[in-house]
Design a protein around this ligand. Structure first.
Ligand SMILES: O=C(O)C(=O)C[C@H](O)[C@H](O)CO
Ligand SMILES: [Mg+2]
Length: 403
């Protein structure tokens, strides 16, 4: 039996913060799990070191489901992003260990490949519509079949999804939260223009996506969905805050534009109503924030009953360890839809050597035993944690709004 002898929480900042759990077994096998919660990293690091690691030592690393249930039910205080991210880190590391001990990539343990590779979408953004379309053309040339479009809003100094750097985007940009200003009416005018121009310039053989980032009311989202229908968006993401799952019913009544939601959800309970009432088309939970591979499979199985597909979150605050785990899940899950792919910087890639690869708009996790990803602990130690927050958003009159 592979007995857990130690587990370490490694915090590193190769340009942005990442928290990684590394579990060691008595036979020398190790496994890694991502535990990064953007802007709240140290809360998960403490949850793991102070409350989880002491309970892991001595356990049989093969008993993934039992350890998951032990950590979930055993905490008494269920769910929440901190708890579920910590559980995800343990779960992911245990799948990595199981794969290494079996000599198989994790996707083989999940039932094997259900497709040859997984379609990913890249992020095209720019200050203007023209810049955004130029960026989208770059992605097309690199082989992407699906591209997310976000552009600046005339009259607004900055907005979600529009980067200062041409290739990399990191919203957690300051030691204290930056303050952004938001105007729904200005936004609702520009997005249909962006999609119209994009279809004219890029044609119809590319999937176009858009992230509303929780900023509209249901009826505003219904209006935007309707306005975008002629341009056939692949999806509209996070149309409205989803604490009230019923809110999506109103959007659905007004538009056939497909809806995606879930990157901030951390358990099946956050999306049960959305799924069972067929109020969405894509569920966006991913490994690190939704309880690991074990819990994500449960969510996907429920979604599959209702023809809802997966579309895992894959921003750069999810480390390469999460990306690898997501790709093993994507390759094996029957109702895969699409995977988000925001490239990490070369500094991050150096800290997390990995086997996954991109070609022709799609990715594959590789065939190394386990997840095929590791953390270079010496290199990680050279990058000290640096506090960084996500921005906050205010309306033009100063009212706090959703970011
Ligand atoms: O990638 C996306 O769709 C996002 O919305 C990215 C989020 O803002 C980011 O992960 C927050 O940490
Ligand atoms: Mg998003």
């Amino acid at each position: 039996m592979p007995r857990i002898t130690a587990a370490r929480v490694i915090v590193t900042c190769p340009g942005r913060n990442f928290v990684t759990l590394k579990i060691e077994c008595n036979d020398g096998t190790t496994g890694v799990g991502d535990a990064t919660l953007n802007g709240r990293e140290m809360a998960v690091a403490s949850y793991l070191s102070d409350h989880v690691v002491p309970c892991l030592v001595g356990r049989d690393a093969h008993r993934i489901e039992d350890i998951w249930q032990y950590l979930y039910k055993g905490a008494y205080w269920r769910r929440g992003p901190v708890t579920m991210t910590a559980i995800a880190a343990v779960d992911t590391a245990l799948w990595d260990i199981k794969g290494k001990l079996a000599g198989l990539p994790v996707y083989q343990l999940l039932g094997g490949a259900a497709r040859d590779s997984v379609m990913v979408y890249g992020h095209a953004n720019g200050a203007t519509i023209e810049d955004t379309i130029a960026a989208a053309r770059d992605y097309q040339q690199q082989g992407y079949k699906a591209i997310r479009l976000q552009c600046g809003i005339p009259g607004m100094a900055s907005t979600y999804g529009v980067s200062k750097d041409r290739f990399f985007y990191e919203p957690a940009d300051a030691d204290l939260p930056s303050e952004n200003v938001w105007s729904t009416s200005k936004y609702l005018r520009i997005v249909p223009e962006l999609f119209k121009a994009a279809r004219e310039a890029l044609g119809w053989d590319v999937h176009l996506l858009h992230d509303i980032h929780h900023r509209l009311t249901p009826i505003e989202a219904g209006r935007l969905g309707k306005d975008l229908e002629p341009y056939r968006p692949f999806w509209l993401e996070d149309a409205t805050p989803a604490e009230n799952q019923d809110a999506f019913r109103l959007i659905r009544q007004h538009t056939t534009s497909p809806l995606a939601v879930g990157e901030v959800f951390n358990s099946i309970w956050d999306c049960k109503g959305l799924i069972e009432n067929q109020l969405i088309d894509y569920i966006r939970n991913t490994v690190v924030h939704a309880g690991g591979i074990t819990h994500l499979r449960r969510i996907a199985a429920l979604a599959d009953l209702y023809q809802i597909k997966t579309g895992c979150h894959g921003a750069t605050d999810l480390s390469p360890v999460c990306m690898a785990a997501a790709l093993h899940f994507d390759l094996s899950v029957p109702n895969f839809g699409i995977q988000e792919y925001m490239r990490h910087t070369p500094e991050t890639d150096a800290v997390f050597p990995h086997a996954y690869r991109f070609a022709n708009g799609a990715m594959h996790p590789g065939d190394a035993p386990g997840l095929g990803v590791d953390i270079d602990e010496d290199l990680a130690a050279a990058h000290d944690y640096k506090r960084a927050f996500l921005p906050v958003n205010r309306l033009e009159d100063g009212t706090m709004h959703d970011w």
